[in-house]
Every structure is written in C-alpha cells, then in structure tokens.
Ligand binder design. Sequence first.
Ligand code: PRX
Length: 672
Amino acid sequence: MLKLAGKEDKKLKTTVFQDETRIFNPPKELVEKSIVMQWMKKKGFKTEKEMRAWCSSDEHYLEFWDEMAKTYVDWHKTYTKVMDDSEMPYFHWFTGGEINITYNAVDRHAKGAKKDKVAYIWIPEPTDQPVQKITYGDLYKEVNKFANGLKSLGLKKGDRVSIYMPMIPQLPIAMLACAKLGVIHSVVFSGFSSKGLMDRAADCGSRAIITVDGFYRRGKPVPLKPNADEAAGGAPSVEKIIVYKRAGVDVSMKEGRDVWWHDLVKGQSEECEPVWVDPEHRLYILYTSGTTGKPKGIEHATGGNAVGPAQTLHWVFDLKDDDVWWCTADIGWVTGHSYIVYAPLILGMTSLMYEGAADYPDFGRWWKNIQDHKVTVLYTAPTAVRMFMKQGAEWPDKYDLSSLRLLGSVGEPINPEAWMWYREHIGRGELQIMDTWWQTETGTFLNSPLPITPLKPGSCTFPLPGYDISILDEEGNEVPLGSGGNIVALKPYPSMLRAFWGDKERFMKEYWQFYWDVPGRRGVYLAGDKAQRDKDGYFFIQGRIDDVLSVAGHRIANAEVESALVAHPKIAEAAVVGKPDEVKGESIVAFVILRVGNEPSPELAKDAIAFVRKTLGPVAAPTEVHFVNDLPKTRSGKIMRRVVKARALGNPVGDISTLMNPEAVDGIPKIV
Ligand code: PRX
C-alpha cells in the first residue's frame, strides 16, 4: 500500500501500490450529466481513454487548446497562433491576441445576466460578524474603485505589487484590480514573516505592498501591518503601503508612504477601462521553494491562466450554474490563485471563502459552513482530511452535508486510509474524490480524475485532456507500466510557468536541463516529483525528488530553514530533515551545531524554533531541535542530509565510507 509522502518513499522503486485493487466507479447519473460527457458526445468519443489520448496527442492538442481558449475566454483581439515554440523553453501561447483577465472574470458577468449572482459568500472567522454575499455587480464596482485608486498612485502596466493579506474579499479584489491595469501582482502568504515578505518584494522590485492593519486568528486580532513596515525597510523599491482596516488594531502610518484603503477608494469612479494586454503579459509572480534556500519567483502569463484553470475546474469538478464551490486553500498559494480567484470567476460561479481556522470555535466549523451555505463541491488537502480524521467523525456527523456532490484533494499524495475516511465520512460513502496533481509552476491540474473516471484510492489517475504527462527513467525512456521514475510534461500547455523572475539560468537548470540533450526530449518539463504507474496506467505520485519538505501541503526547502537557523547568533551549522507526521505529512526536525562558547539547553532549542518562526513564519518552524557536535559531510563539505535523516529515522544509512567524517553519523540521535 502506498505510504504517506516522504522522501523515503522515493526509494521504494516498484510494486508499492500494486496491491491497490479497490476501484470506485462513478455513479451513472454523475457520468451522464457531466460536462465532460456532454462534450464527448458532441465530439463522438466512445471512451474516456480515447478522449484523453486524442486531446493530448501530437496531432490534436493545439486544436483542443484552440477550442478551449475560445470556449472559456472572450478575447479583445483574437490570437493568430495557438502556440509558438520557437524560443523553447520559453513557450508562447495565443500569439497576437489581446486580453484582460479581470474583464473575463468580472466585467462580462457584471454587465450580463450574472450581475446579481453571488460571486463570493465570505464567512468571517469571528462568529458574531455577518456573512457577506458579494455579487458580480458588487465585485465590479469594488475592483474598479480600487483599480482607479492604484492608478492614482501612479501604478501602471508592468509594475509589480506585493499583496500580503488574510482571507478577506479585499484580497481577490486587490488581485483583480492589479490585473485590470496590467499590474503584476505577487501575493505573499500572510503566514510568512516580515523577512519572507521583504525578500519577495525586493526580489521582484515591488512598488507597493497591499496589506491590512491586522486579522483574526482563533478569535483574536493579530497585527500584520508591522510586518509590512519591516519588509518595506529592507525593500527599497517599495514606495507605498496600502492598508485595509480589517481588525481595528492600532497601527502607525508613515506620512507620505502609507495610505488607508478606504481613503484611496474614496470618490473613485465605479468604472475603469481594462488595460488590454498581450496574452504573454505576466499576470502574477508567485514564490515557491526550490532546492536552494532562495525562493523562486514563478512567472505566470495572462492568457494561459485565463484558459487553463477555468477549463480544468469546469471539467474536473463539473461545476454547473447552481453549484456552490469551496476551495479551502489560502489565496497565498497557487491553489487559491487559480481556484478561488481566476477560474471560478471566469466560469461565473459562486464560491465560498472562509477567513479563519478550521478549528475555531471548534472542529465543526467547516462542516457548519457547508451546511449553512449548501456547498456542493469541496476541494481541500490531505493534511486537513487527516486532521479531521484524528478528531473523529463525530464532528462532521453533527452537520447536514447532504448538499455535497463531489470532493477534491490537492497538495500531496493522499494516503488510502485518509481517502477512504474522506469518502466515508464527508462523502456519505458515495462521493467521488478528484485527486488533482499539479504545482505552483503548472497553474492548473495536470493529472486528475474526471467525474467519469473509475477511481483508485491514492491515485491522481491519468493526465487530463490536453496535457501529455509521462514517467521517464533517468535516460529519458518512458518507463513501462508497473514501474516508476520522473514525472514529466512532454508538451507545453497554456498555464505553464513562463520564467523565474530575474533568473534565467536557474529556470533552465531546474526544469529543462535534465533531458535537454536526450534526442527527441528537448523541451520536456521535469516536474521534480517521483511517480509510478500501475498495470492499468493509474499514476501514483510519491513525493519530491529534490530537497523540499512537504509540511501540511506547503513546500518548504530544507535549505531555507537551515539558512534561517544558522542566522541565529548561537548556531554554527544546521541540517534539517522531514520526519513523517500522521497529520502534516512531514514535520521539520533540525540538527544543529552550536557556535563555540554556547551550551545546549531546552531554552536554546525553544529560542531557535522561535527564531525560525520569526524569520520564515510559523509554517517553516521546526518542531524539534537537537544539538549535535558534528554533522556528516561530503569531502567537499556539503552536509549529507540524506544520511542524517536515515540515521535519525533508524533506517540504513548506506555507504558512508566516502564521507569526510563518517564518525559524525553515530552522534545523530534517533527521533522516532
Ligand atoms: O509534490 C507534489 C505535491 O505538491 C507539489 C507542488 O507543490 P506546490 O507548488 O506548493 O503546489 C501545491 C498545490 C498545487 C508537487 O510537486 N502535490 C500536489 N498535489 C498533489 C501532490 N502530490 C500528490 N498528489 C497530489 N494530488
């Protein structure tokens, strides 16, 4: 049986999943009424397999994308070429076209039949504050007023703006306002520290930060503006800080730099002409973790992100006009960008958006949200499912979840036990689970079931139509069914990343170099995950190839945490490893060498944890810090994390004879 995601799983070469014989067929009614089945009938496809293969084939994939681009998007000027690969690996899509994504997400609905349809049902965390229903008409006005406000500050097409906000409606409003003007937004998760914000804002040269005074967490207001102040101090490009008053906490406003949101929109027109942009114009930059400590700024293009996410959301989650969609992610991650903001709005759907914690005031909050607002499709992460599983079924059992008709999962491999629990207790033992595999870099799901797909627990099933996903060995050969290797995209697709902000070399190295010189494999995208296919062709993702931790579905580079630790005045060196955690997937464990003259103590361990929390934010804080005298290193001085981890987890350490200091291994304590 497939185990939880963890680096150790990658060493399980084959057959770990082959005993997964359970198949869950979709109910007939779901299949017959599904959007994808309607399309298949129109096109004359007999089977799902035939349809998926046709759409992703060399002969037809551009034809497929051309049809989808015209189905989901209104182009201000129609493109003349679907895809241009003359500058590989810089692929260009929808060449010659002109588009505005906010026009597609908001304006066309607000000016049409959906004017009074609710776009967002927003639930504040404090239970005594009213739920807000924001229609497409409301959204249109708010976005335009704020866009005009941004314009009045001199912000214009191509400028970058960092958005550092909690889950309140002003976050999508800010993003949509930027996009309306062609301003490139870079959302930074509000759980990141001031340093996290500063590094990102400085890297992309943000001219402004949009933030809040504070936000609510488990009923208490928490200030956020001071983090933006600190960040601006170290990011010289930041000229303005725009502050939305959310929690009523006291903040200091710097004369000439800081401006209140409500002052900025005061007197602004409710109309704002969209700035039409080239489809390749960057919509956003979103930072994610790579193998080194420095986060990479993933550049996403406008055209591709108007088409890809909307199409996949429509087909995979089968959203119809009366559905109520709830994606529980934070908008600070790609899942929220694509599936809370752009895709559901482009489709003109109603989404639920919840401000706060899953356990506030108790573990029934999510289930109450679903009951109260008759959510029909729920999309969440395995780490949340496991947390609820641990709390027990009595929480969801207290609520009426009968409105649900489809479930989804994202972020990490979902272990079959959690999958079964999710189906059993949230899905009444009958709902299908769409396990969507994708990444910050891809903008949309690449592998996923459709409502017509027979499911296997723990499998993201097959490549979606239009996506040519495969598994290759190190030499670039496709691996046979029943084995594993590197999961790759053989062809480009509209919403793929376009570049790294300011780092061409690393972009090439991380994704394209690996198969570049293999005949016939130039332009193959290396996703960075290991995967296997069973004898029926079902894909099972096994986790990352590189040194990246997966903590509660968040990607955190080991090197990032290590560099934060060694910045502590008493720490000389650090190795960080992931320890399997039944709820979070992995928890962060650090082994540190102290600087001379310092003594290990429980207080110092606590202080080191607090230090990382302050530097990188709570998501990246280790749960354990162990003091060691030495760490195993290669002869070139690189700390061997793999060896540290194996020893700490009580696994075989392999051949360590070539290490500079093999004796250091004995000093690593066991952590399990
Ligand atoms: O390892 C894969 C895992 O999450 C990584 C991407 O993380 P991030 O860019 O933060 O985006 C997360 C949300 C899309 C992938 O390389 N991953 C994501 N979804 C799945 C998954 N692993 C297994 N199954 C999934 N459904």
